[in-house]
Design a protein. Structure first.
Length: 304
């Protein structure tokens, strides 16, 4: 199974175009399961794996206080691995196919209000090369709603030289165009102007580079966002994905069509996009509750 796991991970990387973070999750989940199978005296023959063995593995994870979401992810990893092995002819059946995933709690995505977004974006010192770069990164993450992996993989050729749009390669190698406004364009132009002063030997084809001229990684972008979240002293910790959530939530609040938001985010299913309607519902309830409380206080004052 270990040899086939390596081939499966290569398939996910080069054929499915999965992100490094997703690949690490698959490798960790399946490595744990293979070790569990080996310790169960079944050996490492994937044909000997059956539903009760998978249930026993998930039960062992539950005993170690694994979250439901973690167990659901591990089951999904096992199901995907065996599905691939079945297509490749290594096994005849997928023992995880009919197993039910743990029921997950529905969590509303974290997002910033518009004042917090402006505080965050205004944190970098745009007078320096790295500050101009960071301002452009924050502007684009919020203005386009793109994933951090999509931003990190951008090249100079992906940017339209005049218009406020760029080509993005999303999940599953699906290409789409994203659009942004004047503020993001100005921040991007400021960064590109500063970038031209880098020594020619340190330039890269990547759009966003570090001080050595090498392309930024997903992890580097996350560290940049974390630094400015702390600097802006925001009420909650927010990730680059939180700016994606903020983008979608603010569009929906302004009356944008859900289908249009789906296309802009690159969601394969409208169901994924619909969770932002719950965020807006929560906001409406908060506004309604606050209004009712103000009315009650006003009535009490008038009654006196």
């Amino acid at each position: 199974m270990k040899e086939r796991l390596g081939a499966f991970l290569s398939h996910l990387r080069y054929v499915r175009n999965y992100s490094p973070e997703t690949l690490r999750a698959y490798e960790s989940d399946l490595g744990q399961f293979i070790s569990f199978v080996a310790g169960s005296r079944r050996g490492t023959d994937p044909r000997k794996v059956d539903p009760p063995l998978i249930r026993a593995f998930l039960a062992s994870q539950h005993e170690h206080d694994a979250k439901r979401s973690t167990m659901a992810r591990k089951l999904s990893s096992i199901r995907s691995f065996w599905s691939w092995m079945r297509r490749e002819g290594h096994v005849e059946d997928n023992p995880a196919r009919d197993l039910l995933s743990p029921r997950l709690e529905r969590k509303l995505p974290r997002f910033l209000d518009q004042d917090e977004v402006q505080r965050l974006i205004g944190s970098p010192d745009a007078a320096t090369l790295l500050g101009a770069r960071d301002r452009a990164i924050l502007e684009l993450l919020y203005a386009t709603g793109m994933r951090v992996s999509e931003l990190a993989s951008l090249g100079l050729s992906d940017l339209h030289p005049r218009d406020n749009e760029m080509r993005v390669m999303g999940k599953g190698s699906k290409e789409r165009w994203v659009y942004f406004g004047g503020k993001a364009r100005a921040a991007l132009d400021g960064y590109l102007a500063a970038r031209r002063h880098m020594p020619s030997g340190r330039r890269s084809d990547a759009l966003f580079v570090n001080a050595r001229g090498s392309a930024l990684t997903d992890r580097s972008v996350r560290r940049i966002v974390d630094r400015y979240v702390r600097q802006a002293a925001l009420r909650q910790k927010i990730s680059p994905h939180g700016l994606r959530h903020s983008f979608a939530t603010h569009l929906l609040d302004r009356g944008a069509d859900l289908r249009a938001i789906q296309e802009l985010l690159g969601h394969a299913s409208l169901k994924t996009t619909q969770r932002y309607t719950h965020v807006s519902t929560e906001q409406m309830i908060e506004v309604y509750t606050a209004a009712q409380q103000n009315m009650q206080r006003a009535r009490r004052r008038n009654g006196r």
